[in-house]
Ligand binder design. Structure first.
Ligand SMILES: Cc1cc2nc3c(=O)[nH]c(=O)nc-3n(C[C@H](O)[C@H](O)[C@H](O)COP(=O)(O)OP(=O)(O)OC[C@H]3O[C@@H](n4cnc5c(N)ncnc54)[C@H](O)[C@@H]3O)c2cc1C
Ligand code: FES
Length: 263
């Protein structure tokens, strides 16, 4: 895999920052150079104002980029102090970010049909990939998992992009199938016909998707989350155990060949 060019610092202005599902926000930022450079599966590392004691940036994938408008859209869940402060940035506020970071998805040449499996806030980088598949004319099925209906995001977006099927699973049965999205994913894989699988979400979910893909003989990539203190290869907080030794998710990932990851 080619070494990515180092992430650059970009200043950005918030265009909008709205809650789109329970505790999940869609942040649109104006950052024209970033919008032209970023690729599906890459991430940005945002400096969020409002806490002089916190030097840590917040690493986030992106959901879409509009190079003509110069905007990048990010979906994030509010889980702690950094994302809470991010949710308080209104239109017109400014800050800076490092990006684009890491490697994105690598869809194999000649893939005619892909399976996309996303759980929780793993949806944005997978939705971003779906846009690319749709514009390349590659068919795709989607399996989405969420704790509950109120936290589901992206269902209509995947449908609008022309997904061949969208299977919804919730842990509490409040929408779609009651259970994990690994169930329909395994059933679809067993039916055959896929040339590629992409997954992002909780690690046990991705481990199951990786195993089902390996059983079906289909290449699978997984986007991993790690704590990221620097985001550019200097601190080792983002280490991932792989068959080739420890690798930093910020530079060698966040998207990994699922067979390479020691789950
Ligand atoms: C490459 C990458 C892409 C990501 N993309 C998205 C995205 O598109 N949308 C989204 O909502 N989240 C995404 N995350 C996770 C996001 O970075 C964390 O939720 C965020 O950093 C939490 O910060 P906080 O200050 O709000 O919470 P904290 O107060 O720091 O922590 C709250 C909780 O979140 C956990 N946490 C903190 N940092 C991370 C982290 N980097 N990864 C996983 N868990 C963490 C902590 O262990 C704790 O349980 C991504 C993470 C990585 C590494
Ligand atoms: S976050 Fe510092 S090395 Fe990856």
């Amino acid at each position: 895999m080619p070494t990515p060019s180092p992430a650059r610092k970009h200043t950005f202005t918030v265009v909008s920052n709205d809650e789109i599902a329970d505790g999940i926000f869609s942040l649109v930022i104006s950052a024209p150079e970033l919008a032209r450079a970023i690729k599906p599966g890459q991430f940005v590392n945002i400096a969020v104002p409002g806490n002089a004691m916190s030097l840590l940036r917040v690493p986030l994938s992106y959901e879409s980029a509009d190079p003509e408008a110069g905007t990048v859209t990010i979906w994030y869940a509010v889980v702690g102090d950094g994302t809470r402060r991010l949710s308080q940035m209104g239109a017109g506020s400014t800050s800076d970010l490092l990006g684009p970071g890491g490697h994105g998805w690598t869809v194999p040449e000649g893939c005619g049909r892909a399976l996309l499996v996303a759980g929780g806030i793993g949806v944005p980088p997978v939705l971003c990939l779906a846009r690319e598949l749709a514009s390349a004319g590659i068919a795709f099925d989607v399996c989405l998992g969420s704790a509950t209906a109120g936290k589901l995001a992206g269902v209509e977006d995947f449908k609008r992009l022309g997904a061949a099927s969208v299977s919804i699973c919730t842990d509490d049965g409040s929408e779609g199938h009651c259970g994990f999205c690994t169930d329909p994913a395994s059933e679809l894989l067993a039916q055959g016909g896929y040339g590629y699988v992409a997954t992002c979400g909780p690690e046990p979910m991705m481990a199951k998707v990786a195993a089902a893909s390996a059983d079906a003989g289909v290449p699978c990539e997984a986007s991993l989350e790690r704590m990221m203190s620097c985001g550019f290869g200097a601190c080792a907080t983002c280490a991932v155990e792989t068959t080739g030794g420890m690798k930093g998710a910020c530079m060698c990932g966040p998207v990994f060949d699922a067979k390479e990851v020691v789950w």
